[in-house]
Every structure is written in C-alpha cells, then in structure tokens.
Design a protein around this ligand. Structure first.
Ligand code: GTP
Ligand code: MG
Length: 196
C-alpha cells in the first residue's frame, strides 16, 4: 500500500538530480512543469536554480562530488528523511538525471527507490554520457542505470551520442541536450495523461 502523505494541489512532481538533471528540469519548468525539485550536492548550482524548490544533500562546501558515486549515494541516503518529505503527496513522480557524474548517478537510484514507495506512477529519464567523455564516466553511468533498472523497468534512456547524431551540425551542446529534454518531456507527459 502506498503512503498518502500531505495533500498537494498538483499531483505530479518533477525531480532533477545533479547538474545535468537540474539543467533538464529548467527546460521542463519553462515548458510548463509546475512542481519541480532540484536535488544536488553542489550548493552553488542549487542557488542558481531559482525556478524550482531545492534540496541540498551531503556536506560538500564547494562544487559537487567530482564524479564520486559513493559520495552521491551516501549523501542521498543520509538525506532520506528530507527527501521523503519532499516526495509526500504526489501520485506521479518523474526523475531526471544526466548519468556519469557522482551526484546524479549515486543519488538517482536512492530517490527512485523512495519515489516507488510513495507514488503510483514513477518514471525516470536519464542520459548516458557522450562516448568522448571518460571511460570512468561511462562506467559510472552504466552501473547506475543497471541499479535503476533493477528497481524499476520504466526508465527512459537517452544517449547523448545519438542526440548529437540527430542534431544539426551547427547545433550547440545546450541545444543537443534540449533536444533530449523535449523528447523526455513529451514521453513523460504522455504517461501523465494515461493516469486520468
Ligand atoms: N541532459 C543533460 N545532460 C548533461 C548536462 N550537463 C551534463 N550532462 C551529462 O550528465 C553527466 C553528468 O554530469 P553532471 O550532471 O554535471 O554530474 P553530477 O550528477 O552533478 O555529479 P558531480 O558533479 O560529479 O557530483 C555528464 O557526463 C554529461 O554526459 C545537461 O545540461 N543536460
Ligand atoms: Mg555536479
């Protein structure tokens, strides 16, 4: 049985985790996502996220985890009570993260596990790193995705390489990311429609 939690006006919560996840969330908010929450270990990045609610996890003074998944995961586990409070009362929860760094890759599986306890509909949309990014980042992303898929089958996986292929040659990196965000936004909304 799912927990009911506090009643909220909007039923869907969009969560961006880490730097990439927060950037995607910014696009989602601009396109009309109402309840948005950014979770990060990086204070500066969160301070700039004025378009949404924010939740700092961990105790890093400056910057993020610098690619350390264990630090990202532990930060989320220690913040679980606060995360639970933020997620309470939503029937749909959508999680966004760019996998490959330490915060998104470490914290997203923890947040996903909590979301599955609270909401009827849960979906995640994640990006895999470009192949020109380091092997370590690609492995981090693969491991994190495997962890998430073990918890839940409904994970939308976008490949940054493929997005780059689909984009026009002159397109900037931000526009390539926006292309993926748009795709994820459409698919997640389709899922929300099915709830009614
Ligand atoms: N979709 C999307 N992906 C991004 C963006 N920025 C970075 N990424 C991808 O996401 C991966 C993870 O990067 P970040 O999100 O910055 O990492 P983080 O989760 O904040 O982790 P740490 O900074 O290491 O603690 C990168 O390797 C990129 O492939 C973005 O704006 N949008
Ligand atoms: Mg970061």
């Amino acid at each position: 049985m799912k927990e009911q939690g506090a009643k909220r006006k909007s039923k869907s919560l969009f969560i961006g985790i880490g730097g990439g996840g927060t950037n995607s969330l910014k696009n989602f908010a601009a396109w009309g996502a109402r309840d948005c929450l950014a979770i990060n270990t990086d204070r500066e990045s969160l301070e700039a996220a004025t378009f949404c609610r924010t939740l700092i996890i961990g105790s890093i003074k400056k910057g993020g985890t610098k690619g350390d998944t264990d630090v990202g995961r532990m930060a989320a586990i220690k913040a679980l009570a606060r995360i639970r409070k933020e997620l309470a009362g939503y029937s749909s929860i959508f999680i966004l993260a760019g996998l490959g760094g330490g915060t998104g890759s470490g914290a997203a599986p923890v947040v996903l596990q909590e979301a599955l306890k609270q909401a009827q509909t849960v979906m995640a949309a994640v990006t895999l790193p470009f192949s020109f990014e380091s092997q370590a980042r690609n492995k981090t992303a693969k491991d994190s995705l495997a962890r998430m898929q073990k918890l839940h089958p409904d994970i939308l996986v976008l490949s940054n390489d493929l997005l780059m292929d689909l984009a026009k040659k002159s397109t900037s990196k931000d526009d390539v990311f926006a292309l993926g965000d748009r795709e994820a936004f459409m698919l997640l909304n389709e899922r929300r429609m099915k709830e009614y």
